[in-house]
Design a protein around this ligand. Sequence first.
Ligand code: TXA
Ligand code: MG
Length: 314
Amino acid sequence: MQDHIIEKAVESLRAGELVIFPTETVYGLGADACNEEAIHKIYHLKNRPINHPLIVHVAHQEKLADWVKSVSDEAKEWIKLLSPWPVTFVLRKKEHVLDALTGGQSSIAIRVPHHPVAKKLLECFGSGIAAPSANPYGYISPTRLSHISEEWHTKVGTMLDGGSCEIGLESTIIDLTSKPQICRLGFLPSNLVSLMESNGINFSQLSNVKRLPGNVAKHYSPQNQLKVLTFKEIDSFLMQSKKNVTILSFTKPKYFKPIVYWIKMPSTAKEYAYALYHSLRKADRAGNCLILVEKPPLENEWQPIHDRLIRASS
Ligand code: TXA
Ligand code: MG
């Protein structure tokens, strides 16, 4: 990425404008985290309820200290261990942190992205960038610049292209203000999940924290109706149905016919996560159709994918 484009994005942020930027998880819609008016622009553009708090992005772990206070030794250890991965930490906020960021809560959600463009932007900006995923509230998060709604192009100051997001699902959110608790599940390597589980961090009962947009039943949803079925159920549906359908499955359905649009899904959880949102958007673009998704395997590493599919089908 050329320096002058980063500089333009920094100027946009300083002028109180919004920027679109890539992270390794999904694209963010960013504003200067110290500028209340700019933060309100995010809520307005996304049509997001005002009491749903945002994530602050910073360039390095050392920058956490500018935003959070009184981190316990246990929390420090988890931060160190989880930091190489796409994880957002919920910690006690410092006094100066704006209520507009936190929904008036005493905690702040903060993350250090690893995408080189995000890192460079944050380093040049020097402060925190508040950013939710760059999609209208409730819709699928963008994992490529081409996913950004055309309507938004003229409403933001700068858009930075960082290719397609390597992870493809939103960050894991862990609340470290008291006993560690997972608020949202993202992609984590299975040995780390096992380590967390053996330390009493529960993955099956996601915290019921209020004001967690990722925690409402319907979220990350395509416009078309979506159902999750087994491969057998998909085939019996196709045998009887005359509807336009898009199928996201691991292998081609037996009763394939012209009214069926098939998207082949990868067989590993990591590649599936990478492909999921792009595939759901393709399915939506196929016009008015029902989306049938083959139920993925049940192993631990597929849990964040099940979580998103359940919400998308609510
Ligand atoms: O991967 C990601 O996390 C992306 C990239 C752009 O960083 N961001 C993202 O932001 O997914 P968003 O706004 O779509 O989701 C932020 C989540 C919400 O579920 C919100 O409720 C939660 O973070 N959150 C923010 N502040 C919180 C807090 N103080 N306590 C608990 N949850 C919080
Ligand atoms: Mg979001």
